[in-house]
Design a protein around this ligand. Structure first.
Ligand code: SAM
Ligand code: DTB
Ligand code: SF4
Length: 376
């Protein structure tokens, strides 16, 4: 039997080592028993003797993850809910607000993205937003009940000349009493340290897919580039927000590969955003999905992916991110049942529409959900 070696590596694989080993067809390892065990007993990873673990289990094969996906839907959801309840309040959902602080004109060619300069999507590019406008927006987000304010920029990586403005934004948003998050593209060690020093709590940097499918997503950077930034973020002491997109035309095996990559990082990301592709006309992936009549990932498969993510990463926040706008209340309810416990609020994500305040108010009322920040 082949064994899966990635997680036994002492440190993050370098750009040269990535993409990680391919062992999609391995037999289920003993970790299969463990995956199912920890799903059943509600404890995760290596925390079998007591505490909660955010580290990957000692062995996790692709086949272990595929076996979770293959469970009957009801069994999968039951197990995910058990894990979820062991580590989280099942009736509370964290609210975050997104702001695009620098829109469009991006040098990367991510095939799903409205903001890449490589595609004609009709989006107007703009410069880095003014400091006071960002702070005003954060203040409004806080007043609307948000706990975390996430600032996104369409950059391959921040320029040195932008760093003072970015650190000043972080410091003032943090001073409002909000958790702070940024997503600015690749960071070197020094940039990560300066952002952390200014008070940045989270850095969002998605793997987006498994390593094998990655070449279909973007060609201007490698999977290893993403891993290098994640390593820099981790080393700076910031919490890691890392997830990806479902419904880009990837196979079930690619989804297994993607969750394997996340769950075998040296430490699980504290936050795992799962985006359903928002198909953008003019982008290669958006156009392909629209032309093939598959503009949305199947709801059940999306919910399955949320459930497997919850089981594999018991203590992480699993964030139901882009794509909620076109999801029914019932589908979102199943995602919460599967272990999602964080959403983006407000009418807008970065460049696309979001479900928004009224729809979310109705959803929370229908499900008896409470924002995490609200008193008990
Ligand atoms: N430029 C930075 C980067 O790529 O790291 C940050 C911004 S980028 C827009 C953040 C994430 O949003 C992407 O990694 C992707 O997962 C998600 N995203 C972007 N466009 C999307 C779309 N059309 N549908 C679903 N998710 C999307
Ligand atoms: C993430 O994974 N999803 C958010 C956040 N991280 C920055 C962004 C979603 C963007 C959806 C497409 C858009 O609005 O442009
Ligand atoms: Fe640029 Fe980020 Fe969009 Fe990729 S996802 S094109 S890096 S803004």
């Amino acid at each position: 039997m082949m064994t899966d070696t990635l997680i036994s590596k002492p440190s993050m694989p370098s750009a040269v080592e990535a993409p990680v080993e391919r062992s999609r067809d391995v037999e289920p390892s003993t970790a299969l028993g463990r995956s199912l065990d920890f799903a059943q007993d509600g404890r995760g990873g290596e925390a079998r003797e007591g505490g909660v673990s955010d580290a990957p289990p000692a062995a996790l094969a692709h086949a272990d993850i595929a076996a979770l996906f293959d469970l009957p839907f009801m069994d999968l959801l039951y197990r995910a809910q058990q894990v979820h309840r062991a580590h989280h309040d099942a009736n509370r959902v964290q609210l975050s607000t997104l702001l695009s602080i620098k829109t469009g004109g991006c040098a990367e060619n991510c095939g799903y993205c409205s903001q890449s300069a490589s595609f004609e999507t009709g989006l107007k590019a703009s410069k880095l937003m003014d400091h006071d406008a960002v702070v005003a927006s954060a203040r409004a987000a806080k007043a609307a009940g948000s706990e975390r304010f996430c600032m996104g920029a369409a950059w391959r990586s921040p320029k040195e000349r932008d760093m003072p403005a970015l650190t000043a934004m972080v410091a003032e948003v943090k001073a409002l009493g909000l958790e702070t998050c940024m997503t600015l593209g690749m960071l070197d060690r020094s940039q990560a340290e300066r952002l952390a020093g200014a008070g940045l709590d989270y850095y969002n940097h998605n793997l987006d897919s498994g390593p094998e499918f990655y070449g279909e997503v973007v060609t201007t950077r490698t999977y290893g580039d993403r891993l290098d930034t994640l390593e820099n973020v981790r080393a700076s002491g910031m919490a890691v927000c890392c997830g990806g997109i479902l419904g880009m035309g990837e196979s079930r095996a690619d989804r297994v590969d993607f969750l394997h990559a996340l769950a075998t990082l040296p430490k699980h990301p504290e936050s795992v955003p799962l985006n359903a592709l928002v198909p953008i006309a003019g982008t290669p992936i958006g156009d392909r999905m629209i032309a093939g009549g598959e503009a949305r990932i199947d709801d059940i498969e999306f919910v399955r992916t949320v459930a497997v993510a919850r089981i594999l990463m018991p203590t992480s926040s699993v964030r139901l991110s882009a794509g909620r706008e076109s999801m029914s209340q019932a589908c979102q309810a199943l995602c919460f049942l599967a272990g999602a416990n964080s959403i983006f609020t407000g009418d807008r994500l970065l460049t696309t529409e979001n479900a928004g305040g009224d729809a979310d108010g109705a959803l929370f009322a229908a499900l008896g959900l409470m924002p995490m920040s609200a008193g008990a």
